[in-house]
Design a protein around this ligand. Structure first.
Ligand code: GZL
Length: 333
């Protein structure tokens, strides 16, 4: 073989070896200009524990659905635990999730007190806690943020609507929510603050219906049978499910709900807005259950070590005969 041909062969071999070496070092797409590889793998999905109150109302069902569907959409590993109406079960769930070492815990507390020990345990385990929907009396340095509604304002708005509707004269029976829940405590407080300005408005009876339709109906049946309450002119229910139960009881007693007795409530559920459009109820202030997006925005930020707003309140509408017929078409729950 001539020297020239030999040199040509050696050159080709050197070029081939050089190309092969490049091929081995091809960087994955998106590699940094310095050539140091950056991973293409999606960052590990966060692991979130969610402790729910239970399944007491249509509002709660919509809230649970919003949380589960949003987690699935984002590829978040969700460990969903229902308190089944028991605070003890919720506290046990906190211990379980801390032991599992989840990245973030979201708690929707049945009661607004007694959470310091659980929150301190989570803090000691470096697990941030987000409070959803119902507020608590623990110090804000024990949890990251609150995302939900301003229940006091909801109670005020219902009270002010009723005062305007009745020219400040109403004898009111009150069907309360779950005892000790922020929703019940603060709606009651806001309503009472609003009607305190009107000497002609008075709550003449109060009893808990636990946010449930059947119990709301039972409480209303007892009010209707009580001779001391014959002068009642209005019903204030802490949520729509109980108001709908009260409407059933009023009809079965041969009276016209929405006319013989004014019915005011909170949540803005489709069935209640429909009852208002039908003239069988009078007012409901919306309380937004579709918190999934806001909760997981906060959880993802917290898991990434970013700051989040301490309090995030939903913006909510009021429905009465002036807007119910149109609004009912858009209600999602
Ligand atoms: C309010 C929520 C309440 C609803 C009820 O944010 O906690 O609990 O008003 C639900 O319908 O049961």
């Amino acid at each position: 073989m001539s020297t020239q041909r030999l040199l040509h062969g050696v050159c080709l071999a050197v070029v081939a070896l050089a190309l092969a070496a490049c091929g081995d070092n091809t960087q994955p797409a998106g590699s940094s200009p310095t050539g140091s590889p950056t991973t293409n793998a999606a960052s590990k999905p966060i692991n979130v524990g969610f402790i729910q109150t239970g399944s007491e109302s249509a509002w709660r069902a919509a809230n649970t659905n919003s949380v589960k569907s949003e987690a699935e959409k984002r590829g978040i590993k969700l460990n969903f635990i229902s308190g089944e109406g028991s605070v003890d079960k919720q506290r046990a769930a906190m211990s379980t999730l801390i032991a599992q070492g989840v990245d973030v815990i979201i708690l929707d507390p049945l009661q607004n007190f007694g959470w310091d020990p659980s929150l301190k345990a989570a803090k000691n385990a470096n697990i941030p806690v987000i409070i959803a929907d119902r507020a608590i009396d623990s110090s804000p340095d024990l949890y990251v943020c609150f995302i939900g509604s301003n229940f006091d304002e909801e109670g005020q708005r219902v009270g002010e609507w009723l005062a305007k509707k009745t020219d400040g004269k109403a004898q009111i029976v009150e069907i309360e929510g779950q005892n000790g829940s922020a929703a019940a405590v603060d709606r009651k407080k806001g309503f009472e603050e609003a009607i305190a300005k009107y000497p002609g408005m008075k709550v003449i009876a109060s009893k808990s219906g636990e946010f449930e339709t059947a119990q709301g109906k039972q409480v209303m049946e007892a009010f209707l049978k009580n001779p001391d309450l014959k002068g009642m002119t209005a019903v204030f229910a802490h949520n729509d499910d109980m108001a709908l139960g009260a409407i059933q009881a009023i009809k079965e007693a041969g009276k016209q709900p929405g006319k013989d007795l004014l019915i005011v409530s909170v949540d803005g559920e489709k069935a209640m807005v429909q009852a208002i459009a039908n003239g069988e109820a009078n007012c409901t202030v919306e309380c937004k259950p579709l918190l999934g997006p806001a909760l997981f925005d906060a959880a993802e930020k917290v898991a990434a070590g970013q700051k989040v707003e301490a309090k995030q309140y939903s913006k909510e509408e009021l429905f009465d005969s002036s807007n119910a017929a149109q609004a009912v078409k858009e209600r999602q729950y």
